[in-house]
Design a protein around this ligand. Structure first.
Ligand code: ADP
Ligand code: TMP
Ligand code: ASP
Length: 240
C-alpha cells in the first residue's frame, strides 16, 4: 500500500498521470507503460517501460540535486510513481544538443552525428495541437510565457545539467546527444520539473553509435525495453 493518498486526477499526459494529493503543494506522478512518438501518432503499451523510466528519473533528479540544480523531485512512492513539488509549468521544452540528430538535421543542413561545440539550446512551445513548434525569445516575451530573466535562468540551468550529465554518461562510454527539460514555478523559484529519462534524451554508445533511448521505438530499431535495460545496467550502481 502506498502511503500517499491521491485526491484526484489532475492531468493525464501521453506517458504519465498526475494526481493531486492531500498536500496542496505536492503531486503524485505515475509513470505508465504508454509509449508514444511523433506527438502521439505512434502509440503502444510497452510492459515495464513506466518502471524503467521512473527509476531513471529518480536517479537523474537525485544526481542533479547533489549539484546546484533545484528539482521538483521529493521521493519515490512506488517503483512507478513519485511525489513531486507542484509547479506552475512553463509551457516550453528546453532542448540542449551536443551532437546533431533528430529534428535539427531534418530542419537544418547539419550532418547526422556532427559535433556541436558549443552546445545548441533551443526552445519549443509545448502544445500538442500546434506540434510543439520551435519558439524564439521575442515570441516567448510577447506571449508572456516567461521573462528574459527566467529564460536566462532556464538556459543556464539547462547548460549546467548538460555538463553534469555529459560527463556522467561519458564515464560509461555513452554520448549524450541531446535532451529535453521542462521547468515550472513555485513562488519566486524556478524548478526543474517533469522527467529526465530514456524518453527525453538521445543516448548513443560511444563506439557503435547504437541508440539506447526512445529512438529505438520511434524508428523501429529493435527492442526498446532491452535498450532501456542496457542503458540502466550500464549507468546504475549494481541493483542485484
Ligand atoms: P505530455 O503532457 O507531454 O503528454 P506526460 O505524459 O509526461 O506529458 O505528462 C506529464 C505532465 O505533467 C506534463 O504536461 C508536464 O508538463 C506536467 N508536469 C511535470 N512535472 C510537473 C510538476 N512538478 N507540477 C505540475 N505539472 C507537472
Ligand atoms: P528532437 O530532435 O525530436 O527535437 O528531440 C530533441 C530531444 O528532445 C530528444 O532527446 C528527444 C527529446 N524530446 C522529448 O523529450 N519530447 C518531445 O516531445 C520531443 C519532440 C523530443
Ligand atoms: N513526446 C512526443 C510523443 O510522445 C514526441 C516524441 O517523443 O517523439 O509523442
Amino acid at each position: 500500500m502506498s502511503d500517499v493518498q491521491s485526491t484526484g486526477l489532475l492531468y493525464e499526459g501521453k506517458a504519465k498521470s498526475v494526481y493531486t494529493t492531500e498536500h496542496p503543494d505536492e503531486l503524485l506522478v505515475v509513470y505508465r507503460d504508454d509509449m508514444t512518438a511523433f506527438n502521439g501518432e505512434k502509440h503502444d503499451i510497452v510492459a515495464n517501460k513506466g518502471q524503467l523510466n521512473a527509476r531513471a528519473c529518480e536517479f537523474f533528479m537525485c544526481l542533479l540535486e547533489e549539484t546546484a540544480i533545484i528539482t521538483h523531485f521529493l521521493r519515490m512512492v512506488s517503483d512507478t510513481s513519485m511525489l513531486v513539488r507542484k509547479l506552475d509549468m512553463i509551457p516550453l521544452e528546453v532542448v540542449v544538443r551536443n551532437v546533431a540528430a533528430g529534428s535539427l538535421i531534418n530542419r537544418y543542413p547539419f550532418t547526422d552525428g556532427q559535433s556541436l561545440d558549443p552546445p545548441i539550446v533551443t526552445f519549443d512551445y509545448k502544445s500538442d495541437e500546434r506540434g510543439d513548434p520551435m519558439i524564439t525569445p521575442d515570441i516567448i516575451f510577447a506571449l508572456g510565457i516567461a521573462t528574459a530573466e527566467e529564460l536566462d535562468q532556464m538556459k543556464s540551468a539547462a547548460l549546467q545539467v548538460n555538463l553534469i550529465l555529459r560527463d556522467f554518461f561519458d564515464l560509461s562510454g555513452i554520448i549524450l546527444v541531446d535532451f529535453k527539460l521542462e521547468f515550472g514555478r513555485a513562488g519566486e523559484i524556478i524548478y526543474l520539473g517533469d522527467e529526465i529519462s530514456m524518453d527525453s534524451m538521445r543516448l548513443w554508445d560511444k563506439e557503435t553509435h547504437e541508440s539506447l533511448d526512445k529512438d529505438v521505438y520511434r524508428f523501429g530499431k529493435g527492442d526498446v525495453i532491452q535498450a532501456y535495460k542496457t542503458l540502466l545496467d550500464r549507468i546504475l550502481p549494481s541493483e542485484g
